[in-house]
Design a protein around this ligand. Sequence first.
Ligand code: IMP
Length: 462
Amino acid sequence: MPSTNVSSSAIQPIRALGLKPGHCAVVGLQWGDEGKGKVVDMLAGASDSDAAEKFDFVVRYNGGANAGHSVQVGEQRYALHLIPSGILNPNLVNVVGNGVVIDPQQLVKEIRELREHKLTVADNLRISDRSHVVLAYHKLQDALLEQAIAKLHGRAAIGTTGRGIGPCYADKALRCTAIRVADLLNERHLLSRLTDITQIKNAQLRPLADLCGEAFEPFDPRKLLDELKPLIEVMRPHICDTAALLHGAQSDGRRLLFEGANATLLDIDHGTYPFVTSSNCSSLGVHTGAGVAGHYVSNVIGVVKAYQTRVGGGPMPTELKDDIGNRIREKGREYGTTTGRPRRCGWLDGVALRYTAAVSGVTGIAITLLDVLADLPQLKVAVAYQHQGKKLTNFPADADVLSAVEPIYETLPGFKGPIDHCRRFHELPAEARAYVQRLEQLAQAPVVMVSVGPRRDQSVFR
Ligand code: IMP
């Protein structure tokens, strides 16, 4: 994921993106790493100014430390996984909503890193007391499940980030083995919960470790508590009922910016199941994950890369295992922010785009990394799939079908670079404009921004 720069820009992005009054969600329309951070950062940065049109809160509503966004201030680069991207702006309140799963170790690491650089988070970070807590046994379970499936099937299971995301959301659904942030606030209660839960976890994880041929050291509730205690003290002043906070803010006419983590094709309900993450990462997750009703969110910006990438397992019909794929990976620096894994690269999948734009109900599209495609002689876009002699125009639910489809491509002429100096749509080469317009038709939503470089100002608004 590209880093973003917090230097202010002359344009007013809220106006430039044509946003209607009300809240806004920024969501990814592919398999993640679309560059949502740049759009969030631009909109959050609009609050540097005294413009009447600004956001007051940046809210995370889903996922956990599986997401990654880097923010740059001067020479310093901050890798954020849990803390919302507006944290570097003291005028914004940053909320980690109830739909997020929080690893206290990771959260406190991020808070400490910011504090070391004299960036105060005291007043502008709020953590939901309803969020669920990721603990060491979740991370172990995540790793062991991946290993067990690999052993049984000779292939990687989901290719998770190993951050304990799935097991923590599973406990949330199970209820009896879950720990919420509110449970951290009472030591006696917490110890009693950990005592029960570790007995269940130890009974479940030992045979799983055996299956994988791994040694297993049982979890000790006291030890877990002792590790948690200093972390809880750092978190304590930030913990509150964030839904109530947001409801109050709405009543006061404040504007909320929802920062999606992961992306619509990784959505647990609407993504390429089972090769998905465990939360609703589409815009549909905003409502349950923050406690803000749907009709208040009048703007949904869907972020889409000019090509397709995916990290981890699962079908990807337009994947390129050739020189063009390698060229896109190197030029786009397509390596994971959270795990450093090389991303699989391919042509833009228009079938998937039409589907995800509809699922997330986008009101505008931001295309990122268009500059990466410069100087390719031709550009291809999948407009339908071929499956067992039939043409599919809808995105299939079944991962086996999606693995077996052949993309039906439309070929468009390539464009010459560089384009990173372009600031107006008409300054882009005619072929690049035609490519953008084709994406717009496929997504059935207006393209409001095209990003032509990592910096905030390297953007073309329409
Ligand atoms: P998990 O979220 O760690 O359980 O991983 C599930 C799948 O989602 C894996 O294929 C991950 O690579 C993928 N994934 C999760 N978060 C992100 C993200 O922020 N960007 C890209 N892929 C992600």
